[in-house]
Design a protein. Sequence first.
Length: 354
Amino acid sequence: MFQAYIGSPIYSAPRNHDTSQENLDVPHAIDENGPVGQQFPWNYDLISKLWELHGWIDAPAAKEASLHYGAYAITHPVHSNLRIITLTPTSGTTTTRTLSSMPQARDLRHVHRPDRRAAESRGQGAGRLDGSSGTFWRAGAGPTPCPTPPTSSTRSSGGPARTSSATSFGATPTKTGRLTYYSQNGTNQTAENAVASAWVGPSLAPLMKINSGYRFYEVGTGSWEVLEAYTFFSDVNSFSSLEGRDLPSSWSTLSVLRRAHRRHDDEPLNATFWHGVTEAMEKDRSLVRMFNTFQSKSSVLTPSCDSEACAIAKICYMRSGSQALWRQCPQGFDSTQSPYTGRYFRLLLYIGRI
């Protein structure tokens, strides 16, 4: 459907749900490439061959995807100045239990960094697609305790500013956030130090208390930075009215990003832009409430974010490009799928009064 509608190449990054059995995999080297580590490669052989069969990727990329748990890198067939790098979260989520206990299998830098450096040497921009935002905006639980966050390459001097044109994460349904990465490990969070940003997309699967959604991006073919983002949603609360009727669910516009933030210039929606958004949110709490609504895709069950604690937490999450930074934020305001608890924030206030 997407290929017919978009009329251009499709690049897929599988999620841990796409494994068979679900959320179960083992690293190939768990027993030095013996039989234990070869229980699940058939799954990646299958999806990589399907991608190649449908013309989504070429044979070398399919071979790479088969070997690297569905991850691959490929140069765009029309725009040779873009290198697309995909990562699979199968080795970086707590639900994939075997891999979760093996830090060496979850160190995503070793997949991402060589391709990024190769793109830099060729003068290409690097567009990174990750099947999940596993470390961030995790529903009701904060960040996954990943020993090496996938954003660790932003710490290398100037790397993202030169090569990382865009980073896009898939999502669990509640993760419709934004992440801004800063130089110096985020110790000085200013517009000047904002070096990269990531988009955490909505999910078509609504699951609990949130609406279904998807997003289109307008991207410049020179810089490969995002110029506009259109997010659409379907109101799950109205689905019961469709019962017994031969009618599909309808889709509505949730947001056109520049319009939502009253931006009339031509500047890209990059890290500098998103840092500016967080600064505006500090001054205008209506922007925090708007972000909260966008996060649940305008669900009628969205918990309100009217408190000062919630506003501070949301802004802090958006600026947290690593687990270490996340843990310094007030906890309990990440997921819109349940009432906000904010216990950690209240504890800090209590300690501050002692």
